[in-house]
Design a protein around this ligand. Structure first.
Ligand code: 3H9
Length: 700
């Protein structure tokens, strides 16, 4: 729906102050009608003899969320944001912004062009463009640096996080923080400035914070982060822009920033990260459920199992302000679990990522219980006990005996059939899978696994709950491995075949690292413990999912475990270890040579490019099957799963997006080529055949 500019920004005069109210749902983004409205209302205020000052405010308790992301890549029309800002700076009446909720990206850039910034105490400000593969392109890098100095500006722009009002005041990013109605406060502030008289301060004209800066500061910043930022454009350009603010004259700095913004905007990473922004929001939506069905309110949660996973989940819930009751079978287990939780918190405090006050408050919300009776009043129960169906059944029977009707019963299983769990309970409609990733207090992804028996209300509750606790929930159907681990099993097996043909764990890992993964397949397995991988493999053999007699079965994992190498914790696995430092091991290379000989495979030189393509296409083809079977609601959910849970580089947008960028026709041709060479495991997904032949994207 398009909106008329005069509706997008309303105008009134209060106490001889023109109040311009931006009302452009959902988030007051700087879309074309809003920019037109803002420009028109600004001119009106300038010309209005009844107004001595102006206040710009956002409706619905928020200022501006930034540029309208939906407009990216489309031709621009209407006034540019920078034109509006230039006018604001030149205004002969003081311009005050009143920030409630948030002022983000372009929204905070508008605020930086005002003469004064008044923020509500609950408001947050930030320049999060980096999360979209961009940099603040409407003067943000130049003005933030001039206002608060390069160190503050860089931390803010590279971090992309939201800064609470009190902290923003401390850093000099806002001029005043108000309790109560921020519009009223801003009007009073404006009237006071009128009484004091001009000239009004213009941020871009300031030089006090940008003189005498040692250029080494920027060189160090680049060097320190070179590995972390590999493959990305925006972070390097951000450093360039902030540096430019310290050495160029204001207008030149703005031109420099404009060019840097364009470079980011034109880079493939921008499209990938914008795709992920919308994909994350789409993932939270449940198809086919009537909007009448609302999520239940969850205020208190019981967690069963004080192990690593249960402890991580407990931290995450307590951090989100929920009351948590943590249960285990013995006081000793509870004590050990709680000690681990406290330890993790202390590490975070020491690192400066949280404060002692926040930790104390979170710990105050955690209660420990030894008896299931303690769960009688909680709204949700999450079990994180041993992965065994009999154990789960016993736990759910105990839950049944005490839980209030309608309390959601969630299992953190990463592998078991959730309907089989649900069938053992009296209320299967309340049972759902919530697969957290380790460490659960850090990793953003939660797979919400819906069995056939879960009610729509339980499903929407689990999804909303995921968001409530700050996670990125993705809805998955009930199949072995759900979305993430099912794909992992497939590309992990392809990695094994690559080793059978001539590669090594370190070559596969290095190729994937070069592509942008923080860690390859084998290092990851070594970290998790190879006894875990072996357990999963034995289970797959037992259920018939893996055939140990198949020509492409690679028994390296078995051989490695037989040799007592269980990964990092035993000092050897796919790699050998010196502490945490992994290095290639000739012993493993020999094992591989023997396995290839036993299987009658002549080892060959394998190029890194082949490794990347085979691993990625194995992901993509399995992903397409998962979508076609309805296990994932949409292709972009797989991108969200992989970027938030499995380290797929965000600047590449996820495996399905990557495939679209290559062209699904080319992807299909390659999969068919592999099918001709290797047979059934490379049979293309029907969805890939359809879309590849039609030459479209995943949506058709
Ligand atoms: C920028 O500013 C560039 C400039 O520097 C340079 C210009 C030259 N545009 O997240 P939610 C939609 S780059 C359009 O669920 P919340 C969103 O898709 C921008 N739409 O709500 C969703 O739609 P739907 C820098 C947007 O309350 C709905 O709003 N700014 C935008 O959990 C609700 O969103 C950012 O990167 C937008 N900018 O969180 C801020 N933002 O209902 C990005 C949101 O159809 N936004 N939508 O699914 C956010 O971080 C969060 O959305 C926010 C609200 C914190 C604002």
């Amino acid at each position: 729906m398009t909106m008329k500019p005069e509706d997008a920004v309303r105008y009134e005069v209060r106490d001889r102050v023109a109040v311009l109210t931006i009302d452009f749902p959902p988030v007051n983004a700087l879309g074309e009608p809003m920019r037109r409205g803002l420009m028109a209302r600004f001119d009106q205020a300038q010309a209005d003899p009844a107004a001595d000052a102006m206040v710009i405010v956002g409706a619905n308790d928020k200022f501006i969320a930034g540029a309208d992301i939906r407009e990216f890549g489309l031709p621009k029309s209407g006034p540019m944001q920078s034109e509006i800002q230039a006018k604001m700076e030149k205004a002969d009446k003081p311009v005050v912004v009143a920030i409630d909720g948030y002022a983000l990206g372009g929204g905070f850039e508008v605020a930086l062009a005002a003469h004064y910034r008044v923020a509500a105490s609950r408001a947050k400000v930030g320049l999060p463009e980096v999360n979209l593969g961009l940099l603040p392109g409407a003067g943000g890098t130049q003005r933030a640096t001039r206002l608060a100095g390069p160190a503050v500006a860089l931390a803010m722009i590279l971090g992309g996080n939201q800064i609470p009002a009190a902290k923003a005041l401390q850093l000099g990013l806002v001029d005043a923080v108000a309790e109560g109605d921020v519009t009223e406060a801003a009007i009073a502030f404006a009237r006071q400035k009128v009484a004091e008289g001009g000239p009004w301060p213009v941020v871009i004209e300031r030089t006090d914070k940008v003189t005498g800066i040692d250029p080494q500061f920027f060189a160090d910043m680049r060097a320190k982060n070179a590995a972390k930022w590999k493959g990305m454009v925006a972070p390097f350009k951000i450093v360039d822009c902030v540096e430019a603010a310290t050495r160029l004259e204001a207008r030149e700095g703005l031109v420099f920033e404009k060019e840097a913004f364009k470079a980011c905007n034109d880079a493939p990473s921008r499209a990938a990260q914008v795709h992920l922004f919308f994909a994350e929001r789409a993932a939270a939506k449940v198809e086919g459920v009537s909007p009448e069905i609302k999520p239940k309110k969850i205020r208190s949660v019981g967690v069963i199992g004080a192990g690593t996973m249960g402890g991580g989940i407990t931290m995450c819930l307590a951090n989100a302000g929920l009351v948590v009751k943590l249960l285990d079978s013995s006081q000793a287990a509870i004590d050990a679990g709680l000690a681990r939780v406290k330890d993790n918190y202390q590490t975070s405090v020491a690192r400066g990522s949280t404060s002692q006050d926040k930790v104390d408050a979170a710990l105050g919300r955690i209660e420990t219980v030894l008896d299931y009776a303690g769960f009688a009043d909680v709204d949700m129960i999450i079990e994180a006990v041993f992965e065994n169906m009999d154990v789960k059944h016993e736990v759910f029977r105990k839950i049944d005996a005490v839980a209030k009707p309608g309390a959601v019963r969630a299992s953190n299983t990463s592998a078991l059939d959730i309907d089989q769990v649900a069938r053992a309970t009296k209320r299967p409609q309340d049972v759902i899978g919530m697969h957290f990733f380790s460490p659960a207090n850090v990793m953003k992804l939660v797979e919400v696994v819906r069995g056939d028996l879960a009610s729509p209300e339980t499903i929407v509750t689990a999804m909303a709950f995921g968001k409530q606790i700050g996670k990125v929930p993705v809805l998955a159907g009930n199949c072995p491995g759900f979305i993430g681990n099912r794909i992992l099993a497939r590309y992990g097996a392809e990695g094994d075949v690559l080793m059978l043909e001539g590669s090594t764990p370190w070559q596969v890992d290095d190729a994937l690292k070069e592509f942008g993964f923080p860690m390859g397949i084998y290092l990851m397995r070594d970290m998790a413990g190879l006894d875990v991988s072996l357990g999963v493999r034995r289970n797959a053999i037992e259920t018939g999912a893996v055939d140990p007699d198949a020509p492409d079965f690679v028994p390296l994992l078995e051989r490695i475990c037989e040799a007592g190498r269980l990964g990092q914790k035993t000092g050897a696995g796919f790699y050998k270890y010196d502490g945490r430092k992994a290095s290639p091991d000739p012993e493993v290379a020999e094992m591989l040579t023997r396995i290839s000989a036993e299987k009658g495979v002549t080892r060959r030189e394998i190029a890194d490019e082949e490794i990347v393509w085979r691993v990625l296409l194995a992901m993509v083809n399995e992903g397409a099957k998962i979508v076609e079977e309805g296990i994932a609601q949409r292709a972009s959910d797989i991108d969200v799963t992989y970027t938030f849970g499995y380290g797929f580089p965000k600047y590449r947008g996820g495996p399905m997006f990557w495939a679209e960028q290559q062209g699904l026709d080319k992807v299909l041709a390659k999969v068919r080529e592999y099918e001709a060479r290797y047979g059934a495991r490379w049979a293309p997904a029907k969805l890939l055949v359809e879309r590849g032949e039609a030459g479209t994207g995943w949506k058709g």
